[in-house]
Ligand binder design. Structure first.
Ligand code: SF4
Length: 374
């Protein structure tokens, strides 16, 4: 049983050139079929959920759906699931799809947290990523959402964009915090193989900033957002006090969750399962009342221990030594060298990465796993 529900809506205005998520251009007929199939899946999975602490509707761009379809999905959730009175209900949105009417509709449906995919406040960078909106659209959308009453707004930004400089990145960070959101995510752009952006980089048409520049951009985010009162609570996430993302926290805590939608992953009873990526298979299975899972893996104790380290150390407060010992890991001994090198520290019976360690977290976590023999 899970208290955290993820719902995937794979439709966007158009495909950004760096995107390797399951997302397709909006198509009215497909969206209608998808909504029906998703509602059926949610109904079929109702007995797998406890009282829900969070609902996270991601994508894609879920806010692109017309209000009637969003209404249908929410009425299925409310009919078949119990939402805790304080449940965090997040919806991902993009600047191109937010209007006053859409913002009012989201609030009326019970969405109390919006994660807005801004990525940059520089039009040249947005163009280079083939985003379907401008910086002015992003400012307008954030203002509309806050004015209409969204009390928990998160803005997503990207650093490491080809052509990005410290100056343009500082402009994005300053503009983001001047809009007074409660949460800001600053992700490093890492183009996956097969995306149009990766192909352009391989062909030498565009170039990513080098490692030193990336470290500088990452440090700027931490400093500028800390100065504006944001707590750097996870590698890529910064929140005003009381506004950490509860849904994502559960992932970093190796917690279980239920998911619905094409390509969505669930983690229940120690087992990770994945729904089909194929919309056709998704529709056909659900028409026959079959859960459209294509992969299922029971995590071994070693898998769980590895995930506990990989996910837990992403958080500023790191991992508890007692839980590590229960998972039969001697992380104090394994981390000795990292502590000596000032990449990690032990505070209040927890192992956590220092600021220096967080900046190169992937390398540090791999070193720790190797010391643990994983
Ligand atoms: S808006 Fe997000 S999910 Fe949609 S195509 Fe762009 S990056 Fe992918």
């Amino acid at each position: 049983m899970a208290a955290f529900l993820y719902i995937h809506i794979p439709f966007c205005i158009r495909k950004c050139n760096y995107c390797d998520f399951l997302s397709l251009p909006y198509d009215a007929e497909l969206v209608q079929r998808y909504t029906n199939a998703l509602c059926r899946e949610l109904e079929m999975k109702k007995n797998l959920a406890d009282e829900l602490k969070t609902v996270y509707i991601g994508g894609g761009t879920p806010a692109i759906l017309p209000e009637t379809f969003l209404g249908k999905i929410f009425s299925v959730i409310r009919r078949h699931y119990v939402l805790s009175p304080e449940a965090e209900v997040t919806m991902e949105a993009n600047p191109g799809v937010i209007t006053r009417r859409k913002a009012d509709a989201l609030i009326a449906l019970g969405v109390n947290r919006v994660s807005l995919g801004v990525q940059s406040f520089c039009d040249a960078e947005l163009k280079r990523l083939d985003r379907a909106h401008t910086a002015a659209d992003a400012v307008r959308s954030a203002e509309i959402l806050l004015r209409e009453g969204v009390k928990n707004l998160s803005l997503d930004l990207l650093y490491g964009i080809p052509g990005q400089t410290a100056t343009t990145w500082m402009k994005s960070l300053h503009t983001a915090q001047s809009l007074l959101p409660q949460h800001i995510s600053a992700y490093e752009l890492t183009p996956e193989k097969g995306t149009r952006l990766a192909t352009m980089i391989d062909a030498g048409i565009l170039a990513l900033p080098d490692e030193e520049q990336i470290l500088q951009l990452s440090a700027l985010a931490v400093d500028i957002l800390a100065e504006a009162g944001f707590e750097h609570y996870e590698i890529s996430n910064h929140a005003l006090p009381g506004f950490r993302c509860i849904h994502n926290w559960n992932y970093w805590d190796s917690g279980e969750y239920l998911a619905a939608g094409a390509g969505a992953h669930s983690f229940l009873n120690g087992c990770r399962t994945k729904n089909t990526d194929s919309l056709n298979d998704y529709f056909t299975n659900l028409e026959r009342r079959i859960i459209p899972e294509t992969e299922s893996q029971r995590l071994s104790p070693e898998d769980r221990a590895r995930e506990f380290i990989m996910l837990g150390l992403r958080r500023r407060e790191g991992v508890g030594l007692e839980i590590a010992a229960n998972l039969e890991m001697d992380i104090v001994t394994a981390a000795r060298q990292l502590v000596e090198d000032a990449f990690a520290e032990i505070v209040d019976s927890r192992l956590r990465l220092t600021r220096k360690g967080l900046a190169v977290a992937n390398t540090v976590i791999i070193r720790l796993l190797q010391s643990l023999g994983m």
